[in-house]
Design a protein around this ligand. Sequence first.
Ligand SMILES: [Zn+2]
Length: 116
Amino acid sequence: MKKIHEKLMQSMMERKKSLIDMESSRSLEKMTETELSRGDAMDVAGMNSEKEMNIAMRLRSSQEIKLIDKAVEKMRRGIYSICEKCEEPIEAKRLKAKPYVQYCLTCQEELEKSED
Ligand SMILES: [Zn+2]
C-alpha cells in the first residue's frame, strides 16, 4: 500500500471511530432530553424538529461510515482513488479533504447537476 494511502486509511479509521462515538453519545443525550421536556407543548414542538434533525444527522453519519467502509475495501483491492464513474484518478486534493469520495470533481459536478 502507498504511504499516502496508509495515511488516508488511518484518518478514515479515526473519522469512523468518532462518528460511532458521536452516535452513541447522541442517543444517550436524547434520552435525557426526552425525559426532561415531556408534557410541555412548546418543548414537544421543538423536540420534533430537533428529532428530525437528529435523524438526518444520524442518516448522514451512517452514510459516511458506509462510504468509509467502501473506501477501505477499495484500498484492499487496490482500486482506491479511482473515480467510480469515469475510472480516472481522483484529484489528490479531493482525497485529502474527503478520503472516501467516490468520484472525481468532474463526475461529482455532473451528478450534482443531474440531481437538480
Ligand atoms: Zn470521474
